[in-house]
Design a protein around this ligand. Structure first.
Ligand code: FMN
Length: 208
């Protein structure tokens, strides 16, 4: 698959078959993660790959298993989600937050060494480490797509990241930006509509 094909076919996958992703492919995907650009040349990143379903169950235990229709509607209102395509996305995604990770063949936890207080940065460059690991996360998504697999991600809410630290035992100076689920997409998957963007309106030559 060429690069543009991978970019164009990558979608967030939240419905998986109960099939594994082989170890060598997971390793190749993480190798691709390490090819991403990095702010300080160090790539002080680690990736915990959770495949043991007992560990997965413990790790995800803190994530709500679903949402009532009533709460879903309240969330759409509270978050001011007025765009109908955006609403479709949230209606699809929110109820699947637990299942999309539990049903994945593996859950990948990226970790970056964080030297400054990421939640209270003094300036933008204090977020460089965080920005760099997100470049690596996109490489994971694209590499997985090129290998024929699918990925999703969840930003840890509340104390999910601190809870993950206690389950997975990663050191205090490493920061977890997200959970990534990777697996074999269900064959009858219906992807949510992607918002159409008129590229010509978004490119500004020489001046906004
Ligand atoms: C920074 C970031 C945070 C996201 N957080 C979540 C999340 O918590 N849960 C989720 O299911 N998807 C999450 N997503 C995935 C988006 O919902 C998804 O990328 C978006 O709807 C576009 O759909 P597509 O990836 O299929 O093109 C996140 C994506 C990004 C880049």
């Amino acid at each position: 698959m060429d690069l543009y094909e991978a970019i164009n076919s990558r979608r967030t996958v939240r419905d998986f078959e109960a099939k594994p992703v082989p170890t060598d492919i997971l390793e190749r995907i993480i190798e691709a993660a390490f090819k991403a650009p990095t702010n300080d040349h160090m790539r002080d990143w680690h990736y915990i790959i959770v495949r043991d379903k007992n560990v997965t169950a413990k790790l995800l235990d803190i994530i709500p298993k679903g949402i009532t229709l009533e709460d879903m509607e309240a969330l759409i209102k509270d978050w001011n989600l007025s765009d109908s395509i955006q609403q479709e996305c949230y209606r699809n995604a929110v109820p699947k937050q637990y299942r999309m990770l539990f049903d994945a063949s593996a859950v990948i936890i990226p970790l970056l060494k964080q030297k400054t207080d990421i939640l209270h940065p003094d300036n933008v460059s204090h977020l460089n480490g965080f920005a760099s690991i997100w470049c690596s996360i996109e490489n994971i998504f694209l590499a997985a797509t090129a290998e024929g697999y699918g990925c999703n991600l969840r930003i840890p809410l509340g104390n999910e990241a601190e809870y993950a630290r206690t389950i997975l035992d990663f050191p205090n100076d490493y920061f977890m930006p997200c959970f990534i689920g990777i697996g074999v997409p269900k064959s009858d998957i219906v992807s949510v509509t992607q918002k159409e963007i008129n590229i010509k309106e978004r490119i500004h030559w020489d001046k906004f």
